[in-house]
Each structure stands twice: as C-alpha cells, then as structure tokens.
Design a binder for this molecule. Structure first.
Ligand code: ADP
Ligand code: MG
Length: 349
C-alpha cells in the first residue's frame, strides 16, 4: 500500500504546483523560483517546496526541515529500537524520560483523545498489530482475543508528568495518527520564523501551506477519490489539509473490507459508510488528529463534534458516492473529475 500512497502523492503534485517532479529540485512556473525537496520519512513520501527565495537560502531551509523530519522519526517510530516510543512501549511499566518534542506531541495528542471522547486513542497499537497492519500479515482476530487486547487499550491510563511518561506494562503507544501533523507544524514554524513565506509541504496525505502562492492567489489542493484519481479541489490560504481514508490501507477477507483505522470502542476496523474525512484547520496536529477521529465517529457524530467546536472545517466522502462539506468550505471546495456530478451537501451550523 506504500506504493499506492506514493502514486497518490505524485498525482497530487500537478494540482499543487503545476508540473511533475523530475528530480530532487524542480521548477514549476517561471518567475516564482520554486525549490522542491523530496524525501521519504515516517514511511511516507514527502515533498516540500519554497518559492520566491534565492536557491541557496531555500535549500538550506529545506535541508533543515528534512533533518527535523528525520529527528522526529527517530523519536517517534514504533519499530526503531532506539526511539523514545519504542523504549517506552518496552519499559515494562517503568517511567521513561521523553524529549521536549515527544512530550509536547504526546501532551497535545492526549488532549485530543480526551476531546474526541476516545475516538482518537494513541494506545491502539496492540489492535493495529493484531489485525496485521504492522507486518502486512493480515488476519481477523477472534472476539476473545480482541476483548483481551482491549484491556490494554485506553489513553486515560497514560500518565505524563512533565517529561516523564508512565505507561502501564502491556500498553503501547502509536502516534501514527498525529505525528505527521505535528511534524508539519514544526516545519511551518521553521519556515515562518526564517521568512520562507511562500511554501507548501505535502507529507503523504497531509498538506500544509504558509500564506498564499507568490502571486497572492490561494493554493489549490486536490482531494483524492476513494477509487483513485481526484474527487475535488480545495483552495486554501495558510492552512493544514489532512485526509484519513479507509482506502489508504486495508485488506479484504471473505468479501469484507478491513481498514487500518481502528474503532477503539470495539477493537475493530472502522466500518460506518465513510470513505474518507478531510479536515481543514490552522494546525496540522489538530487536522491530523481530527481526520482520524471523525473517521472513527462516523457522519452523525462528526457533525455534532463540528457544531460543538467550529474551529475547523471538513469534507466527508461517503462510500455511497455522496459528499458533504461544512459551510466554511462552501466557496473554496468543488467536486471535480469523476465526482463532478455527485451530490454535494453543505452542512450548516
Ligand atoms: P495515515 O497516517 O495512515 O495517513 P491516519 O492519520 O488516520 O492515517 O492514522 C492512521 C494510523 O493511526 C494507523 O495506521 C494506526 O497506526 C493509527 N490508528 C488507527 N486507529 C487509530 C485511532 N482510533 N486512534 C489513534 N490512532 C489510530
Ligand atoms: Mg490522522
């Protein structure tokens, strides 16, 4: 499925930037001097582009951003034995010391677990593994196995005191649903504070932009169709756009589809008629957390959550081909390509 994601990322580029990449750094439009950097980090193909800067200045910042991504990956990986998360997951209940980055990310993630009433839960790793998503050896666990695993799932039992983490023995953290959003925020902070004002990064399905394009027009971001290609186009100024979709990673068994996003309440992959949730918010971590959480919640609860908070907007694509957007996106989102004639509902306060 990594390959599929890579293709999705490549497909998105023409809309984002206007041409296909030929190497590490490529040119898209004359005059704007875009400098692009590509890398794979956190198991994800990523591109970062800075416009309107002297080449050497942009390149220095891009290299710094790439180092930051690699550093974060080194802290947060669930499989790298040297990472802080791996160490905490194998501490047998002993307190573990965290770096400031891991502490800040975990703190914000736990707050979002709370706010979404556990739809987001950073302790689902034992479930993700039991269904085979960590190795690709997919299987459908028995009910008894799931009940036993659920004993070790529950973010409320994660104790974070300053930079000290106490994780009960048997529990395991997985920050996969929020790490790329946090990383995007750190990169936006770096670019902003160093005057790289016209820039956009695409960390897999997470797009984060600063300001407008150099000519003052909004960035155009493609929203992927579940069956491939595009379903819509969205115009943004300085936002994070993050999509979680059941089609991104899944397996099929006996005619049933099982996706990589878990409902922490049941221990089973989400299955509620949603094909994808795209969140548009100021911050990447919020957009990333909510794309996963609202996908778990399903349409009705997602709408209720939005009405109660309203500091973000969303786009829902249904497995039945319907689409719905919150009213803040009414003028900036349009269905596109194969989805152009699908019904689009506006969700109002
Ligand atoms: P992706 O990062 O694959 O684009 P998400 O941001 O939705 O998509 O994160 C999904 C990942 O988060 C899964 O691969 C799994 O590791 C983890 N995860 C699955 N279900 C949940 C959940 N309910 N809460 C928190 N993390 C989850
Ligand atoms: Mg997410």
């Amino acid at each position: 499925m990594k390959r599929a994601r890579f293709l999705i990322a490549l497909l998105m580029l023409p809309l984002l930037a206007g041409c296909r990449p030929h190497g590490r750094e490529t040119c898209e439009a004359p005059g704007d001097n875009p400098i692009r950097y590509e890398l794979t980090a956190m198991d994800t193909f990523m591109t970062m582009t800075i416009y309107n800067q002297p080449g050497d200045v942009a390149q220095r910042r891009l290299r710094q951003a790439a180092e930051l991504l690699q550093e974060l990956e080194g802290l947060l990986s669930v499989t790298d034995e040297d990472s802080e998360i791996y160490t905490a997951n194998h501490s047998g209940g002993a307190p573990a010391a965290l770096s400031d980055d891991t502490r800040q990310l975990l703190e914000e993630a736990l707050a979002l677990c709370e706010e979404t009433e556990g739809a987001l839960d950073v302790t689902v790793y034992p479930l993700v593994r039991a269904w085979g998503f960590t190795t690709g050896e997919y299987r459908v666990p028995e009910e008894a196995e799931l009940s036993a695993l659920l004993e070790n799932v529950g973010y409320t039992r994660v104790a974070l005191d300053g930079n000290t983490l106490a994780l009960p023995a048997g529990m395991e953290l997985d920050l996969g649903a929020v790490a790329k959003g946090y990383a995007g925020d750190r990169i936006m902070d770096l670019f902003r504070s160093t005057g790289m004002l016209y820039s956009i990064v695409e960390l897999g399905g997470n797009v984060q932009a600063l300001g407008t394009k150099p000519d003052g027009s909004p960035w155009r971001v493609a929203v992927q169709a579940p069956e491939g290609g595009y379903a819509g186009a969205l115009e943004i100024v300085g936002k994070a756009v993050v999509t979680s979709g059941g089609y991104q990673r899944y397996f099929a068994q006996d005619g049933q589809i099982y996706c990589h996003i878990m409902d922490p309440a049941t221990g089973r992959p989400v299955e509620n008629g949603l094909a994808s949730v795209t969140i548009v918010a100021d911050r990447g971590i919020q957009a990333d957390a909510l794309s996963t959480a609202l996908f778990v919640m399903g349409r009705e609860r997602a709408e209720a959550y939005w009405r109660a908070h309203q500091d973000f907007d969303f786009i829902l694509l249904g497995e039945d081909g319907t689409a719905a957007v919150t009213e803040g996106l009414e003028d900036s989102f349009s269905l596109y390509g194969d989805w152009e004639d699908h019904p689009l509902e506006i969700i109002r306060k």
